[in-house]
Design a binder for this molecule. Structure first.
Ligand SMILES: [Zn+2]
Length: 307
């Protein structure tokens, strides 16, 4: 215990180290733009995880603008649900402790109390290190992390998302990102763009997303219509209101490229492929394109433009 105390008081911030890629025996489960999730290295309960902001913040509320705090709490909620689905749980404990004398980087404990623990061994007694911690092998920690990760990935918030996308029409072709649904085993396509952030206009969303995803500037955005997209992805239901735009890529050489490799910021930095496809190539079974109704919208727009 003394050695542990000496360690946490003298070492560099272990959460910043973990964020930078120096795991030092910690098992990372998940990270996104809001925070990082990892297994408690000294768990007193099976499935005990920690959630922390990526940036070094210390005071649980005082160091956060409200929107950043709430974004992190959404992640805490999502992780707690994932933990609850991954291990037998009678009750989830969520708390933030920390000390200015060590463990300064603020973090939330998410600890699942298993069923059947006698009352006097619940609550703080269940978290205390006085009886030692669970010795789990690296393989067990890895498989536990993978189980929780899978559930975080497929979590559905029940929130309707507002999206803005742009088709960049070029004759009969449009630019689409390629996606894959592991449950349906389906490769699908969707135009580039993304979630509208609070206070942002749809056109600004498109400009930002294209800059982030493929490093491209856009111009001449023209509103085409709104589509309602109600779907399942990876086994979970989704609901989006999608503003559809046409526009031009400032760099005309991109129209001649067979494919563009992009980065999906919202999915934690995963890469994806964008390709030019003709509207006739889409097919509900062999090559579906989302949001639903997109091809019809574009074909109707053509008729209007020609008429
Ligand atoms: Zn830190």
């Amino acid at each position: 215990m003394q050695a542990y105390v000496a360690e946490i008081q003298s070492r560099p911030c272990f959460i910043c180290e973990l964020v930078a890629g120096n795991a030092n025996g910690n098992f990372e489960i998940f990270r996104d733009t809001n925070g990082i999730v990892f297994l408690n290295k000294y768990p007193t309960l099976y499935g005990y995880v920690l959630v922390a902001p990526l940036r070094h913040r210390e005071h649980v509320t005082g160091d956060f603008p409200l929107n950043e705090y709430l974004a992190l709490q959404r992640l805490v909620y999502r992780v707690a649900e994932a933990v609850r689905e991954s291990v037998p749980t009678e009750r989830v404990y969520i708390l933030s402790l920390g000390s200015q004398q060590g463990n300064r980087h603020v973090h939330w404990h998410i600890a699942p109390l298993p069923p059947g623990v006698p009352f006097e061994k619940q609550q703080l007694a269940a978290l205390a290190l006085t009886d030692g911690y669970l010795e789990l092998s690296a393989a067990e920690m890895q498989s536990l992390a993978a189980r929780i990760r899978e559930r975080i990935d497929t979590f559905n918030s029940g929130v309707i998302r507002g999206l803005a996308i742009c088709v960049f029409r070029d004759g009969n072709r449009i630019l689409v990102g390629e996606g894959y649904d592991p449950i349906k085993r389906e490769t699908f396509y969707r135009p580039l763009g993304g979630t509208i952030e609070f206070g942002e206009r749809a056109e600004e969303t498109i400009a930002r997303e294209l800059r982030e995803e493929i490093g491209a500037e856009v111009e001449g955005l023209k509103f085409l219509g709104v589509l309602e997209n109600i779907f399942t992805f990876a086994g979970k239901p989704g609901h989006e209101i999608v503003f559809v735009y046409d526009g031009k890529l400032s760099d005309r050489s991109l129209y001649a490229r067979a494919e563009l490799i992009g980065v999906e910021i919202e999915e934690g930095g995963a890469s994806f492929k964008a390709v030019w496809k003709s509207l006739d190539e889409f097919d509900p079974v062999r090559a579906p394109v989302y949001p639903d109704g997109l091809v019809e919208l574009l074909k109707n727009q053509s008729v209007l433009l020609q008429g």
